[in-house]
Design a protein around this ligand. Structure first.
Ligand SMILES: Cc1ncc(COP(=O)(O)O)c(C=O)c1O
Length: 376
């Protein structure tokens, strides 16, 4: 069986080292806000070349806290892509705002031409989602934001280590939000997330917001860490165990991204002219291939046949946001969202993770090509 994704091979490789490190961490006596978190925050910022930032409990929390820090409230509108992960939308709604959806282009990213139509006096933020490991056209998007005086929160949950014009994502907007959900490019063995920012005032604010609004930065403040809240916040901590795992895994980030890129290249070579629409690396992009997403009109049939041949794929995502019951009572868009519907019916993701072998790609592609010949 070739699984769509598994962490087991990685864990077998590093098990002893990880267990030793976790044991040391727990033995030290702090579960939250200890040395591992401090050093992980430093490591992350250095790796991503970001100025300020904090670790939080999840990618969803990273988005929510960013929106809270920007003062988003009831009545405000936040623009994002129609084919994003549910958490992008739930963060907007939980911040009190209304999401406004924009259709996607042929690279599955927010269609820049369709953004302006959704902007009005209530619009406060755009959340570009760097889906599947590739960047939105940030130069053009920032121009739209600047012209309309909108803030930008980058959803980098699927794009850690990806670059646009040689600059790491998460450094373009007011905030960059990352996820350490296990399947992600930098995955914990549990939940986790990160927020980056260039702005020191915003940094101070998100640091309070993640911990009930308590002051933990300014030691001269008379209420420093005194069970005293300065502003209403949330509880969103990255614990020392996850920080230990992430400190270990972040050292391997470059290697795992280069593995992903090589495996993706191999897929592209084998599947050239196969009838599948393959993902491309857009100009000015450094794609990290969180997912290798292909398109075919008979996707469902192909997935089922691959499953019978012991290869599991996944559709990410089978439903655009506007098609979900949870959001059906919201007026989500003025424009058409046709492409998000068309794409959701034909996309599927092939297995891709750093410990997948080149031989596995060969096996998957041979099976896939036979199936493609059958269905066409
Ligand atoms: C695009 C996108 N945004 C946000 C999230 C939320 O991250 P988390 O699962 O860590 O809350 C995810 C991951 O699930 C995601 O893929």
């Amino acid at each position: 069986m070739i699984n769509f994704w598994t962490y087991k091979k990685e864990y077998r490789k590093y098990r002893k080292k990880i267990i030793n490190k976790i044991d040391k961490t727990i033995s030290k006596g702090s579960i939250f806000f200890g040395d591992e978190l401090k050093s992980f925050e430093k490591n992350f910022l250095k790796t991503n070349k970001s100025r300020y930032g904090i670790a939080v409990g999840s990618g969803t929390d990273a988005l929510l806290i960013s929106l809270m820090a920007l003062g988003i409230k009831k009545g405000d509108e936040v623009i994002t892509a129609a084919n994003t992960a549910i958490p992008t939308i739930s963060a907007i709604i939980n911040a009190g705002a209304t999401p406004k959806l924009v259709d996607i282009d042929d690279d599955y990213l927010i269609d820049l031409k369709k953004i302006q139509k959704e902007i009005n006096s209530k619009t406060k933020v755009i959340i570009p989602v760097h889906l599947y490991g590739q960047s939105c056209q940030m130069d053009k998007l920032l121009k739209i934001a600047k012209k309309n005086r909108l803030k930008v929160v980058e959803d980098c949950a699927q794009a850690q280590g990806a670059k646009f014009k040689k600059k790491y994502l998460g450094n373009y907007g007011d905030f960059g939000c990352f996820s350490f959900y296990p399947t992600k490019i930098l995955g914990a063995y549990g939940d986790g997330g990160f927020i980056t920012t260039k702005n020191f005032e915003l940094y101070k604010k998100i640091k309070r917001l993640r911990f009930y609004g308590i002051e933990t930065l300014d030691k001269k403040n008379k209420f420093f860490n005194k069970y005293y809240s300065n502003e209403n916040g949330v509880n969103s901590r990255l614990d020392e165990i996850q920080a230990t795992i992430l400190n270990f895994k972040i050292k391997k980030l470059k290697y795992s991204i280069s593995r992903r890129r090589n495996l993706a290249l191999m897929y592209k070579r084998y599947l050239k002219n196969s009838g599948l629409i393959l993902p491309r690396e857009i100009k000015n992009n450094f794609h990290v291939y969180h997912l290798f997403t292909v398109y075919h009109k008979k996707a469902q049939q192909i997935i089922e046949k691959l499953k019978k041949k012991n290869v599991t794929c996944r559709i990410i995502y089978p439903y655009p946001i506007q098609k979900m019951k949870a959001y059906s009572n919201l007026k989500l868009s003025k424009g058409d969202l046709d492409n998000s519907v068309i794409k959701s019916k034909g996309i599927f993701c092939l297995p891709l993770y750093p410990d997948l072998k080149y031989k596995d790609i060969q096996v998957i592609c041979n099976k896939l090509k036979k199936i493609l010949a059958e269905v066409s």
